[in-house]
Design a protein around this ligand. Sequence first.
Ligand code: TYD
Length: 133
Amino acid sequence: MSEPRLIYLPKILDDRGNLTFVEEEKHFPFKINRVYWIYDVPGGEFSSSHAFRENEELIAALSGSFDVVLHDSTREYRFSLNRSYNGVYVPKMVWRKMENFSTNSLALILASTSYDENDYIRDYDTFLKEVSQ
Ligand code: TYD
C-alpha cells in the first residue's frame, strides 16, 4: 500500500509572483476526477474525520495554514501545511482529519474519484475492521 507523504511541487520563482503547478500521475500517483476547495473556515476549526475506500487525494494549502492528520491504523502522520508549493498525498483507506485552520486559509483538494457518499467511512471502528481485511 502506498504511504502518505509530503510532496514538494515545482516552484517557479519570479519577482512578479511565484508559480506552482501539478501534473496528474507525474507529481502524484492518480488521475484527477474532481477538484474541491475549502474556504471561509473560522480560525482554529477542524473538519470531520473519515477515510475513503477508493478515493485518493492531494491536499494543498494555497493560502494560510492547517494541519492534515492521517492514520493508517499502524502510525500517525501529521503534516503542517503553510506553503503553496507543498501537497500531502493521501492514499485510500487512511483515516483523515484536517485541523487548526488559520483564518482565511484556503485548502485545495485534488481527488481521484467523483463524489460518492458510499466511498466514505465515517466510523473509526468500521475503518479499523475494513483496513485489516
Ligand atoms: P464532507 O466531505 O462530508 O465534509 P466534512 O466531512 O468535513 O463535513 O462534505 C460536506 C458536504 O459537502 C457533504 O454533504 C457532501 C458535500 N460534498 C459534495 O457534494 N461533493 C464533494 O465533492 C464534497 C467533497 C462534498
